[in-house]
Design a protein around this ligand. Structure first.
Ligand code: C5P
Ligand code: MG
Length: 199
């Protein structure tokens, strides 16, 4: 067997990045309804692990979420890998990951040989829109990080640690930029075109 035919069977991954409140999760839900991807949100998986009785890392996760800092990749990547295996599926939207260099390096170590990263959807919008959307969501979400104080830290983490990762993928032509400031429907139109180009 040639290596190309065996790698063709590896699960395909699209990373979904953008600031807090950019609409990553909202758009991923729409994508799942129309394309055959499984949506895995790193943040959702971390919040579920934090709630799991007996979790050894629950407190550590909560500490990072409240501070708007990034959980060590060994935790996040294992949650992602387990969810991929449990799904039994082959194509994944991985939302909110890789958020920093530790995330990216850890992914390459743990998953580099087991998956093919097809591209990155980048939801781009202003800081002001991000903050307003998160504060709006915070009225309902009950999330411990959708408040003004933590948001400042999350935006800071995004600018300092996540943007360089997006720039790295952009340099190797893997990024599809989406104008995330528009309405949900307009954004989704752009998302569909981008996904058709990635396939
Ligand atoms: O993506 P989401 O906004 O749900 O992430 C919420 C928080 O979860 C982040 O601010 C961060 O503390 C944590 N997180 C992380 N590593 C990731 C994704 C999320 O530490 N890759
Ligand atoms: Mg989200």
């Amino acid at each position: 067997m040639s290596s190309s035919s065996s790698s063709a069977k590896l699960p395909n991954v699209i990373f979904v990045l953008g600031g807090p409140g950019a609409g990553k999760g909202t758009q991923c839900l729409k994508i799942v309804q129309n394309f055959g991807y499984v949506h895995l949100s790193a943040g959702d998986l971390l919040r579920a692990e934090r709630q799991r009785p007996g979790s050894k890392v629950g407190e550590q996760i909560e500490d990072h979420i409240r501070k708007g800092t990034i959980v060590p990749v060994e935790i996040t990547c294992s949650l992602l890998e387990n969810a991929m295996i449990e799904s039994g599926k082959e194509t994944f939207l991985i939302d909110g990951f890789p958020r920093n260099k530790d995330n990216l390096d850890g992914w390459n170590r743990q998953m580099g040989d087991k998956t093919i990263v097809k591209g990155v959807l980048f939801f781009e919008c202003s800081e002001e829109i991000c903050v307003n959307r998160c504060l709006e969501r915070g009225k309902q979400s009950g999330r411990s990080d959708d408040n003004e104080e933590t948001l400042k830290k999350r935006i800071n983490t995004y600018n300092e640690s996540t943007l360089p990762i997006i720039q790295y993928f952009d340099k190797i032509n893997m990024v599809k930029r989406i104008d995330a400031s528009k309405s949900e429907e307009q954004v989704y139109d752009e998302v569909q075109s981008a996904l058709n180009e990635i396939k």
